[in-house]
Design a protein around this ligand. Structure first.
Ligand SMILES: Nc1ncnc2c1ncn2[C@@H]1O[C@H](COP(=O)(O)OP(=O)(O)OP(=O)(O)O)[C@@H](O)[C@H]1O
Length: 326
């Protein structure tokens, strides 16, 4: 008998509402439930503004959530204060899109990477000695494919791809289990993107990491993810195994997104372009949140909100009239 595996991360009916001026509220995350299994790579995709970054930040409790539940390693962290979160912080890390601002320009890379190792105690509750830290820094450089000499240099001396390797090394310093990578390759040239995506994949295999990989580029997500969650206006509208979701999308929104990626198998009839803009999350449409842009919308879609439901094994979509694959 195989025992059920506990998800590394499970979120249930998560909401994050920003209060704006004039009493308005913006539902950035609007009732998301999903689980991430140990060792899994979950891609999170959707157009700009659909709530991917906010969801990623909520998952790691880098921001407070409005309601719902977040379980990390089976523990409820939804409302934990920073003091209680502190011992968990090393195990969950975020990698952001590279920007010049992400690494302090006045400090050497070695110093930047040593900081989390000095601040957090090791697994046995001990402070790390200078020798242990120095060894770990060399190990980290090796893991991300940079020479040890990089430790003595400053951020501006590196290319975008190298700086992203440094950001990844910083996230790895405390041996996390979960990494939420928020658009980690979007700012890079295409050829460099591939190298960094490969690095993420190598590190996953080597260290048994679990990732939530946020990206708007479906080609990148297709390459790296085991499963994909597609977000639209704060909600997950399609969720499932990568090949099933991206090659046989059931939700018209996913079908429109996939129209932009080159596919060896063409589902031409489903490759509809996206029309119009995403409606404001301050006043989202009634019924199906996608109906204002959906070429297949009917009366029911304008009044009744569809819930995620199984389409085929390992694949769910929130659509009253899912596209059926051949
Ligand atoms: N601090 C904030 N205060 C108010 N609104 C916010 C805040 N942060 C994000 N938003 C809004 O929440 C919604 C979701 O934003 P979010 O950045 O999570 O989306 P995203 O899918 O990651 O987009 P992008 O790819 O552009 O970062 C957007 O409408 C955004 O304007």
């Amino acid at each position: 008998m195989t025992l059920p595996v506990t998800p590394l991360l499970a979120i249930r009916d998560l909401h994050k509402t920003y209060r704006l001026a004039h009493g308005e509220s913006l539902k950035a995350v609007d009732g998301v439930s999903l689980s991430v299994m140990p060792g899994e790579m979950l891609g999170l995709v959707g157009e700009s503004g659909c709530g991917k970054s906010t969801l990623g930040r909520c998952m790691l409790r880098l921001t407070d959530v409005s309601s719902g539940q977040i379980l990390f390693e089976g523990r409820d962290i939804t409302t934990m204060g920073e003091r209680s979160l502190r011992p968990l912080r090393p195990r969950m890390q975020m990698v952001f899109q590279d920007s010049n601002a992400s690494l302090n320009p006045r400090r050497r890379i070695g110093d930047l990477l040593a900081e989390p190792l000095r601040v957090h105690r090791d697994a046995d509750g001990h402070r790390r000695s200078a020798t242990v830290i120095a060894d770990r820094l060399h190990e980290l450089m090796n893991l991300v494919g940079l020479p040890p000499a990089a430790l003595d240099r400053y951020a501006h001396e590196f290319s975008g791809g190298q700086r992203q390797r440094i950001n990844i090394a910083r996230a790895l310093a405390l041996s996390p289990r979960l990494i939420v990578a928020d658009e980690p390759v979007s700012a890079l040239d295409v050829s460099v993107q591939a190298q960094i995506v490969n690095l993420f994949a190598d590190l996953q295999a080597q260290l048994g990491l679990t990732y939530v990989f946020v990206a708007h580029d479906l080609a990148v997500v297709r390459q790296i993810s085991d499963r994909v969650a597609v977000m639209y206006l704060g909600a997950v509208v399609e969720l499932g195994e990568t090949d099933s979701v991206l090659h046989h999308p059931a939700h018209p929104y996913t079908a429109a997104l996939t129209a932009a990626i080159p596919r060896p198998v063409v589902g031409g009839d489903r490759a509809i372009p996206l029309r119009g803009d995403v409606p404001s999350p301050i006043s989202r449409p009634d019924g199906c949140r996608f109906h204002t842009r959906c070429p297949h919308a009917r009366d029911r879609c304008r009044s009744e909100e569809p819930r995620l439901r199984p389409i085929r094994p390992g694949h769910e979509a929130a659509c009253h009239f899912p596209l059926l694959s051949e």
